[in-house]
Design a protein around this ligand. Structure first.
Ligand SMILES: Cc1cc2nc3c(=O)[nH]c(=O)nc-3n(C[C@H](O)[C@H](O)[C@H](O)COP(=O)(O)O)c2cc1C
Length: 141
């Protein structure tokens, strides 16, 4: 099973989550490629069996980041039937941005394979363990 871990991060919190998740997937013996939304290859969706996407809440409970939106707009056309896992960091909301993101991907026909992972701020301590556990869960697909 090939996994693509693709993220965007403004201040490093979601980036750290992406690193922890990719590292654990590799430890579980998975083939993993790591990208930012901006640098992900055009054919990354077709080439990967599981897409693991990470972006923080940016805007009013949304992902108001041009490079992420560009990727998602085009992904919507070819994620039907694709296995997806979502994660990201937030600051003060209640995770609304993540629920909206999940809904959007499911409407496009993607299969969100487990409960999206949201972390308040930087993932250290218990939150670091949650990232590792999230990766262990999605490694079962
Ligand atoms: C412009 C801007 C908008 C934000 N909007 C939200 C928001 O709507 N809800 C929320 O919970 N956090 C919001 N945040 C906080 C970030 O999601 C939070 O700082 C997160 O940890 C940043 O992750 P990153 O280091 O990966 O960029 C916002 C931060 C910025 C800079």
């Amino acid at each position: 099973m090939t996994y693509a871990v693709i993220h965007w991060s403004g201040t490093g919190n979601t980036e750290k989550m992406a690193e922890l998740i990719a590292q654990e997937l590799k430890s579980s013996g998975k083939e993993v490629s790591e990208h930012t939304f901006e640098n992900a290859p055009q054919d990354i969706i077709q080439k990967s069996e599981v897409l693991v996407l990470g972006a923080p809440a940016m805007g009013e409970e949304e992902i108001d980041v041009p490079e992420v939106l560009e990727f998602l707009n085009s992904a919507e056309k070819n994620v039907s039937g694709k296995k997806l896992a979502l994660f990201g960091s937030y600051g003060w909301g209640d995770g609304e941005w993540m629920r909206a993101w999940q809904e959007r991907m499911e409407k496009a026909g993607a299969k969100v394979i487990n409960e999206p992972l949201t972390v308040l701020g930087f993932p250290d301590g218990v939150e670091e363990t949650r990232c590792v556990d999230f990766a262990k869960e999605i490694a079962n697909y």
